[in-house]
Design a binder for this molecule. Sequence first.
Ligand SMILES: O=c1ccn([C@H]2C[C@H](O)[C@@H](COP(=O)(O)OP(=O)(O)OP(=O)(O)O)O2)c(=O)[nH]1
Ligand SMILES: [Mg+2]
Length: 144
Amino acid sequence: MSKVKIICNDQALLPAYETAGAAGMDLKASIETTVIIKPGHRTLIPTGVFIEIPVGMEAQVRARSGLAVKYGIGLVNGIGTIDSDYRGEIKIPLINWGHEDFAVNRGDRIAQLVFCRYEKVSWECVELLSESIRGAGGFGHTGK
Ligand SMILES: O=c1ccn([C@H]2C[C@H](O)[C@@H](COP(=O)(O)OP(=O)(O)OP(=O)(O)O)O2)c(=O)[nH]1
Ligand SMILES: [Mg+2]
């Protein structure tokens, strides 16, 4: 298990794994007063968390499926990418795809953070790519 440096001034807001096998640590809303997100609207919610990700790793901010299914709450950016050189506060761009106002209160678990290793590449510019059975087929060419 890698150690990751974190600044979080409120222990109650420390992201945490909810179960032993959880891939993501739930991120909590660091807000003083309740924020209402109207249907079709979006807002950036602070988490009160600043981290220093080891080089070679990133962290992904992902939606919570419960909020998505029950209330239509998602992330405007799909999956957020936290770079290893980012030292700012992690913020969550929530969007309300549902039909009702959605209230966010301090400490609510609004998203989850998954740590991943990634590989960097450099380009090798060529004239031809190798052949494959798929070729250029995509976007559903294998059927529904
Ligand atoms: O959901 C998110 C996504 C990003 N970030 C922070 C961390 C990340 O390292 C930084 C930049 O994110 P990204 O590279 O996705 O955004 P950009 O529009 O390319 O901004 P930049 O030009 O600052 O890289 O913003 C968040 O706090 N939450
Ligand atoms: Mg960027």
